[in-house]
Structures are given as structure tokens and as C-alpha cells.
Design a protein around this ligand. Sequence first.
Ligand code: FEO
Length: 387
Amino acid sequence: MKAIEIKKNIYWVGGIDWDLRDFHGYLTQKGSTYNSYLIVDEKIVLVDTVKHYLVDEMLERITNIIDPSKIDYIVSNHVEMDHSGGLPKLLKICPNATIITSPNGKKGLKSHFKEDWNFKVVNTGDSINIGKNDLQFVLMPMVHWPDSMATYINNAKLLLPNDAFGQHVASTTRFDDEIGWSIASAEAAKYYANIVLSYGSQVKKALDAVSGLEIDMIGPSHGIIWRSHINDIIELYKKWADNIVEEKAVIAYDTMWDSTDMLAKAILNVFEDKGITAQLMSLKTNHISDVMTQLLTAKYICVGSPTLNNNMLPSVAAFLTYMKGLAPKKRVGLAFGSYGWGGQSIGEIDGILKNCGFEMLEPIKAQYIPDDETLKQIKEKLTGGLK
Ligand code: FEO
């Protein structure tokens, strides 16, 4: 387990979670990393730790470079335990180290760990000299917790913004140009869609706050480090934070006896005929976090369910609950579904999408099995609605 020098005397010393597949409901097919950064200056600084079960891996990497008992400062950019989980064990090794964190960071760490550690609270604009470098701090509240902050190492021109710009990718390579832009940007999109999407206005404030810094490397707390595509990823964040969408539709649905599936395919045909890219996503076979990734840039969100026991199918309810929390904006919604007698699912879906603030198309419903004439009428109606 080696430390990797990413800048002169600055090392990546994180943990690689190869087997992670579920990150509180987010399907992490490629695993993840928890990135810690060791700065060896006149003072020894560790920025963030790792999940508790990878702390020995982090300590082994640190030990390649220095004795961990010599750490002077531990910067805690974020309280969530994938980054703070290593603190209790680390602080047994360097009990005199000072934890540098935001005001909410101190409250959060004390609430989590009930320990009377040495804290130094910092705010935006504060800086601490560690020798050749200054550590500068920028609070980034709600990107994505109240305590979140970024640390900037001035002479190294290195921004460490914790979860912002992260991606869930386990890899022995550490840089964007090594893994390739297509994978790095796709995983950053999935991360944004599933972790950050609700906080667009706070992301914009954070981007403004760091816009005056000269940055030639961004080291997030998950996945690879950005050194070749810094402007590209910042531009994507600006677009995502503004909910800028494309002429693209996502059709997310579940079906009982294939009638709602027939409606979904008829809807797909209408978008295709109008030259609008469309993605058919059965909730039997697609994870809700992958649907969210497609939805990140889609203007149209069509959600379908047959009626079961006066309600929608649980798979569709789970997706809507998840999506509502992530709060996409500036979308156009469409509810659809088949039914036998009640047909409540369509109205319920329509109501939820309306409550998300979406502009709504007229719902589409069909009793039992839609015949060719019904499907033709549905297509005509939707084609008219999209004009
Ligand atoms: Fe990667 Fe919000 O923790």
C-alpha cells in the first residue's frame, strides 16, 4: 500500500473500496475510494480520513512517508463518516494533533464521536501557514452537508473540495487523464445526480467562492483527481447546478401484464419520431440511481405504472420518492399507465410530478390491454402535446 505523490511533498494516502456496491441507495458498480491527502511541510497535515474499515490501509500509506504520530493538523472538510471514520483510531496515534474544521464541522464531529479532541474552527477567508504553503479555507455549506468545506493549498494550487467533483470509482490510477474523460465525466455525472443535485444554488455559491483561486489540480474525496480536465468538470458543474437540460426523454416505468410496457414503447416511438433522444428504463432492470443519471440532462421525465391495490407499483413509488428528494428542476413530466377498473396510479404519479414543480403533459392511460387504435390515439395525443 503505497502513498502516491500528486504534487511535490503532497501525497494521496486514501483507501480503495473495491467491493462497495451500495452507497446509501446509490448503486456503485465501480466501487469507490476515500481520498486522504498528506502534506509534508514544516507542519505535517492530513486532509480527511477514510471509512473506518480502511483506516489501516490509510495508515500504511502514511507510514511510507512519515510516522503518523508526527501529524500536526488533521483537516476535516466533512463530517460524514466515509471521511471522518478514521479519526478515532488516528487520534489515538497522534493525540496532540489539532483538528481544523468548520463551525458545523466541530458540532458534527463532537456529536458523532463524543470526544474532546483539540479543535480549531475556521471560516471562509481564514488561512493557516504550514511552512512553504498556506492552507486556505472556503466553507461550502450544503455541498452537500452543513459542515462541508474546501481546503486550498496556495503554492501547490491544489483545491481539496471533499465530495464536490467526486466520483465513485475504485482504481489504482489516480488521475483523470489516466482513467479517461469519458469514464471520469460519466461517473462524476452519476455522483452529481445522486448526491449533489438538490443543492444547485449552493453549488453555484461554492463555484463563485473558488473562482478567484488559481487551480491546477482538484483532489475530491472520492475517485480520481482532476488535473487535465479542470475547466471541463467545472463547466459541467455549472450546467448541472443550473439544471440545464437537453431535448431528451427518460421513460421510467414498471409493468404487470405488459400493458404499461406497451404504453412506454408507444411513448418512446413518439419521441423518436420527433427526433428527441429517449431512454426506455424499466424499473425491473434499471437501478433508480442509474435512472437519475439519465435524468440529470433530460428535459422530459415520463413515469408509468399500472394500478395495483388502488396504488402504483412499489418499484415506481421508490423511484419517485428518491427523485423527489433529489429535486430536479425545469423538467416536463408525463404520467402514464394501464389499469383494470380504478386507475388511481396515473393520478398519483401525475400529482407527485406536479408537486416537483414540473410542467405537465396530459396523462396517458389505457384500460386493460391497449389495442392498435388506442395506441394510435395515444401517439396522436402525445405528439400534439409536444408541439
Ligand atoms: Fe463522501 Fe458526504 O461523504
